[in-house]
Design a protein around this ligand. Structure first.
Ligand SMILES: *Cc1c(COP(=O)(O)O)cnc(C)c1O
Length: 302
């Protein structure tokens, strides 16, 4: 189904870089950042089957969760608007409405109703009773969990893998992704492909359990290598070294990365390559999961 008219297949581009030649490693970039102007990257892949499910069950309202900088909220607001569905965003933290982030302003303009809840209440976001209650409060909304990460999301991410392997005709040794909830990593693993996951948050060790839980019952999954030391201080934190890396990368390859997810993933990948972590002949598909609406203004190259 042509849900939201995605630009698929997204391009797959080989990186030409002396550091890679030296290490004997090939990197392809899967340009999922180009899939849709607002529902970008892995958010489109993860939402696809959730949206189809909501629609086929006759829901007219979507409710989801996120922080004030959430790419997922942004994607749901845009998708709901395009599909003519009501959207409700439950946002963590005190009322930001006086000093609204660009993300939340965009969501509101797309028609999303923003509801701020305390950190305490936000912790209940996976609690079944709580979810029943909020769904009821908001017009029997279809609930999409934080990050859009559900078992239905794995199916959409799996299509990215199939698409990629048609484009290169082989199974790469690894897919590299930035991880927030681990849903994207789990989707790739569910296809039997190996994943290098770079945690965008501090203390990302929990991701292994969460990913295992998402893969529950799936057989023949790929191997996960989880890297938890490239968070640059934590979620949505960065330093000048990361910023310089992103600028250089953009200058060399003409591909824009951002500082919350994809910049950390690519930094980690090149750091590992520099440390000869991968044997010669390794092929890696680095997934550009999008998120460019959250780009720091100083990184904008146009
Ligand atoms: C949300 C997001 C991620 C994290 O994906 P998960 O499936 O939650 O691990 C990675 N990259 C970008 C650009 C994102 O917006």
């Amino acid at each position: 189904m042509d849900l939201l008219s995605p630009q698929v297949p997204t391009p797959l581009t080989a990186l030409t870089d002396d550091r890679l030649l030296e290490a004997g490693v090939k990197i392809f970039i899967k340009r999922d950042d180009l899939i849709h102007p607002f529902v970008s990257g892995n958010k489109w892949r993860k939402l696809k089957y959730n949206l189809l499910d909501a629609r086929s069950k006759g829901y007219s309202s979507l409710l989801t969760f996120g922080g004030a900088f959430s790419n997922h909220l942004y994607a749901v607001a845009a998708a709901g608007n395009a599909l003519g569905m009501r959207t409700v965003g439950i946002v963590r933290g005190e009322d930001h409405s006086r000093k609204e982030t660009d993300t939340l302003r965009f969501c509101r303009k797309q028609g999303m109703e923003i509801n701020y809840v305390s950190r305490q209440e936000y912790k209940l976001r996976h609690d079944t009773e709580y979810l029943k209650k909020v769904s009821y409060t908001f017009d029997h909304s279809y609930i999409i969990p934080e990050g859009g990460t559900t078992t239905l999301a794995l199916q959409g991410v799996g299509e990215m893998v199939t698409e990629t392997e048609k484009q290169i005709n082989v199974k790469p040794d690894y897919y590299a992704v930035a991880a927030g909830t681990g849903g994207t990593a789990a989707g790739i693993l569910s296809m039997g492909s190996n994943v290098l996951a770079v945690s965008a948050l501090k203390g990302g060790g929990f991701l292994r359990n969460d990913i295992d839980a998402l893969l529950d019952g799936k057989s023949a999954t790929g191997d996960l290598e989880l890297f938890t030391d490239y968070h640059f201080g934590g979620y949505a934190r960065w330093n000048s070294e990361l910023i310089e890396f992103i600028k250089n990368f953009n200058g060399m390859h003409g591909i824009q990365l951002e500082q919350v997810y994809t910049g950390k993933m690519m930094y980690g990948l090149f750091d590992l390559i520099g440390k000869q972590h991968f044997p010669r002949g390794t092929t890696i598909v680095a997934v550009h999961t999008g998120g460019l609406q959250g780009l720091l203004p100083e990184l904008r190259s146009y």
